[in-house]
Design a protein around this ligand. Structure first.
Ligand code: NAD
Length: 468
């Protein structure tokens, strides 16, 4: 069997070899999932499936530090973030979807018929079947469990393809699910790349009943083409080029705290991160200076140290991409107000480090302000009126998230509702309610997951009509 390197992004050193699944192995995983459904998993009482999710959450908690260690080694992200965000949210994903599925009801309608009789219509939700789950590297365990938890609770069997950059936690989760009592074949993991590898073999396999995918918009388009001949449903959580709008009535310090989190969290590698900051002209310099100060106060250092705030980018290839955009921005006439290159990292200089970078002088016409970069970078652009800000923020092919910063709540509601995005925040960023719909418009995705919206994707409703 072929294998590939697992590389620590903080040092650039290889720390493991990962087996790459070929088409035969992918086929075996899909068949194992099908057999698990046929052996009764699809008909298991909801309470039993929900109990499995709760035991999985307990199992992650018991091995919490193993998951943290695996996530830090795969991604180079700061250990405090892995603990407080990535692994904590994985536990919460299982518990929240256990509650949601346990409480979910069904539709029922009484229909009046001629002659005074009635018919009872009710809906039975059946599992979708074998679900292919393909996820990226930025929040590997968080994004995987966001899909696995509702999929399993609804009675599906899954074949998971984690990113080639971050293989560890998906395999660790297999151990936890087995210990928690998941029947054989309900949760399968295949490792590998996209085209010509496990990702392509999985999406083209005739045995899958649907694909839930998180990743870039380009890959989403590939996946859509791959499933088109067999007309399978897709749920797509794709890229973004998210805007923040900062009005001049705002508490500048509060806004700066939120804005700097929204630009720099996870080294800018969150689909929800802000890469365009529109600032009302009167406070443009205050916001620019404040963001520069916050960028310069970030601690890029050993991910295992508790006071590190910022890790490296995920890979050499990704750093090339971000560095290319630094050149693109400068060629378009951007002024670099902080960062703009590769930092000196001493013992960690073999890793894929990059300086948090802010630009002024760009407009919406420039590529660096239009294309998703997925790094710790943002363009600061001034505006004068609310109408102008709304137009600028919505001037994008993406439509994932936006944030509005203002002390005028009426304006906050108004502007947030006018954002052409799946999610709009007012005076906050990345505050998540797992029961609410999550997804994007335009290039940012198809469909919504979260709460009952996840149940819509992971089940097929059958309407039964009984004449009374
Ligand atoms: P990517 O699209 O390169 O890869 C995502 C996954 O798809 C990986 O597992 C990869 O191996 C697989 N893949 C690649 N080509 C494939 C193919 N042809 N067929 C099947 N599978 C294939 O994305 P990435 O670089 O891993 O992640 C970053 C992207 O993900 C960014 O665009 C980011 O905005 C997006 N993202 C979106 C969300 C969201 O919720 N909307 C969340 C996180 C990340």
């Amino acid at each position: 069997m072929q294998s590939f390197d697992a590389v620590d992004p903080a040092t650039g050193k290889v720390f493991a070899q990962v087996h790459e699944a070929d088409d035969v192995l992918v086929g075996r995983a899909v068949n194992a999932a099908r057999r698990a459904l046929d052996r009764g998993w699809a008909d298991t009482p909801v309470q039993e499936r929900v109990a499995l999710l709760r035991r999985a959450a307990d199992g992650i908690e018991r091995r919490f530090e193993d998951f943290v260690a695996a996530e830090v080694r795969d991604t180079g992200k700061p250990v405090t973030q892995a603990r407080n965000l990535d692994v904590a949210r994985a536990v919460l994903n299982f518990r929240t979807f256990a509650d949601i599925v346990a409480a979910a009801g069904e539709e029922a309608y009484l229909t009046d018929l001629s002659g005074g009789r009635q018919a009872l219509n009710y809906t039975v939700r059946k599992p979708l079947g074998v679900v292919a789950v393909i996820v990226p590297w930025n929040l590997p365990l968080l994004l995987l469990t966001w899909k696995i938890a509702p999929a399993l609770a609804c009675g599906n069997a899954v074949v998971v393809k984690p990113s080639e950059e971050t293989p560890s936690t998906a395999s660790l989760l297999a151990e936890v699910l087995a210990e928690a009592g998941a029947p054989k074949g309900v949760y399968n993991v295949v490792h590998g790349f996209g085209s010509g590898s496990a990702g392509q073999y999985l999406t083209q396999h005739h045995g899958i009943d649907g694909v839930t995918f998180t990743g870039s918009s380009d890959t989403g388009a590939h996946v859509m083409r791959a499933v088109a001949p067999r007309v399978r449903p897709v749920s797509f959580e794709l890229g973004g080029k998210n805007a923040a709008i900062v009005f001049d009535d705002v508490d500048v310090d509060d806004a700066l705290d939120g804005l700097s989190r929204s630009v720099f969290t996870n080294t800018g590698q969150v689909c929800l991160c802000t890469e365009r900051v529109y600032v009302q002209r009167r406070i443009f310099d205050d916001i620019a200076d404040g963001l520069v100060r916050r960028a310069q106060a970030l601690r890029l250092s050993d991910p295992w140290s508790d006071d590190t705030t910022t890790g490296p980018l995920i890979s050499e290839k990704h750093r090339h991409k971000v560095l290319d955009y630094l050149t693109v921005a400068e060629e378009a006439g951007a002024t670099v107000i902080t960062g703009g290159g590769v930092p000196t990292m001493g013992a960690l200089s073999g890793g894929w480090w990059i300086e948090p970078t802010l630009w002024t002088g760009l407009t919406n016409k420039d590529r660096a302000a239009r294309e998703e970069i997925f790094g710790p970078v943002a363009a600061l652009i001034p505006f004068d009126t609310t109408e102008e800000a709304v137009t600028l923020a919505n001037d994008t092919d993406y439509g994932l998230a936006a944030s509005v910063w203002t002390n005028d709540l009426r304006r906050g509601h108004d502007v947030a509702q006018r954002m052409r995005t799946g999610i709009s925040w007012v005076n906050t960023w990345f505050t998540r309610e797992l029961r609410s719909p999550f997804g994007g418009v335009g290039l940012s995705g198809i469909g919504r997951e979260g709460g009952e919206h996840s149940l819509h994707f992971y089940t097929e409703p059958t309407n039964v009509c009984v004449q009374l």
